[in-house]
Design a protein around this ligand. Sequence first.
Ligand code: 5GP
Length: 193
Amino acid sequence: MELLRQKVINEGIVLEGQVLKVDSFLNHQMDPLLMKEIGRAFTQLFADTGVTTILTIESSGIAPGIMTALEFGVPLIFARKQKSLTLTEDIFVETVYSYTKKQSNDITVSKKFIKPGDRVLIIDDFLANGEAASGLARIVKQAGAEVVGIGIVIEKSFQPGAQLLIDEGYRLESLVRIRSLDNGQVQFVELPL
Ligand code: 5GP
């Protein structure tokens, strides 16, 4: 997606630990026009999937998730991150290790909102090791629903998450794919001509 690629080039900042900071348009300040285009792009990519529900994780997945949900005309659910849980009867719970925070969180979704037969599209802002996306996919499985695809705004293709999700059989579509963040430089995976 060219607009997103330009934003990454012009505004992305490479931090220690192979982290790309994009807080001027995705992770802190948000660019609504870009979000609208992101929603449209995911809707085109997953048009044939019969999606009934979008699932993401708070907080940075919510903006791309809601724009995609708006385009599809389906609800968005965002999984909540919680430190420790006492009552777990009415919720699906999975444990996910956070790449940027270097800590484990329980992520939860109310059993009210995902049901058997639902066709769920998972959306997230970044893909690194695939922890967040596979935790969300496990929640969908717990609910007896189906993951119809995983849509990622920025995939760091040099980290293992993308291959892991593909090996698990998921349909993965990423709007930009980064080959390397070495030496503070963003290098993209080039698209075939
Ligand atoms: P994963 O679960 O795939 O290891 O990492 C994905 C999650 O970690 C995303 O939800 C995102 O919040 C965060 N993340 C991973 N890598 C980056 C990065 O380079 N930049 C930013 N801003 N967030 C990242």
